[in-house]
Design a protein around this ligand. Structure first.
Ligand code: DX5
Ligand code: ZN
Length: 220
């Protein structure tokens, strides 16, 4: 049995066949649907907003792992809760009052995630790690799918795992960006709990089979 989660990123789905792709994830061995919301301000790209999330939410049968790459995320916490997000992740770099933001997310019954850009050190979470349910380690610069994995991520995962254990935190470690069958095994060994994969899954000939391959990775 695998002890980690797979979260296919719907950013790489075929939006003309969104329902079909959400249903493929439902039927696959994936654990969560990863949903990337980009505002064109925090990151240099716009993905999709509430109406599209609503469609995903209507068809998804697995938890919605919503990754906000937006400024002022506090403004939309209620709305994302209403739309069915189970995990809501904000960027450390976008939150002046991160503690307050995390409390607000939890108050709406969601799990609170914090994402770190590749240049942001793990140590900035020292005093808040016990409040966090998930840390999303960005292994590419956020904004686009299909980028190459940044190798320094392993070092960050090691440091983060140490911090989590030292502080007795329950936070899960999620890796987002450039994940594929070549780095998945090493990421799990290093301490990752959740692997997000977009283009590796959706650009493959058989996405459902690719998810199964990723799920089997630590067993090889
Ligand atoms: C990047 C997004 C990722 C992206 C991953 O800004 O946060 O979730 O969809 O895509 P791949 O797996 O193609 O790098
Ligand atoms: Zn993401």
């Amino acid at each position: 049995m695998k002890e980690f989660k797979i979260a296919p990123s719907l950013l790489a789905a075929d939006f003309g066949n969104l329902q079909r792709d959400v249903e493929m994830v439902n039927q696959s061995e994936a654990d969560w649907h990863h949903i990337d919301i980009m505002d064109g301000v925090f990151v240099p790209n716009i993905s999709f907003g509430m109406p599209v999330l609503k469609v995903i939410s209507n068809h998804a049968t697995k938890p919605l792992d919503v990754h906000l790459m937006i400024v002022e995320p506090d403004r939309y916490i209620d709305k994302f809760a209403e739309l069915g997000a189970q995990i809501l992740t904000v960027h450390f770099e976008a939150c002046t009052h991160l503690h307050r933001t995390i409390q607000a997310i939890k108050a709406k019954g969601m799990k609170a995630g914090v994402a770190l850009n590749p240049h942001t050190p793990v140590r900035v979470l020292t005093d808040i790690i016990r409040e966090i349910d998930l840390v999303c380690v960005m292994s590419v610069n956020p904004g686009y799918g299909g980028q190459s994995f940044i190798e320094n991520t392993y070092d960050k995962v090691r440091k983060l795992k140490k911090l989590i254990l030292k502080k007795n935190s329950d936070a899960l470690i999620e890796i987002d960006g450039g994940v594929n069958a070549n780095n998945a095994g090493k990421l799990i060994e290093t301490g990752a709990d959740v692997l997000v994969a977009g283009s590796f899954v959706f650009n493959s000939a058989d996405p459902r089979q690719t998810i199964a391959e990723l799920s089997a990775v630590s067993l090889t």
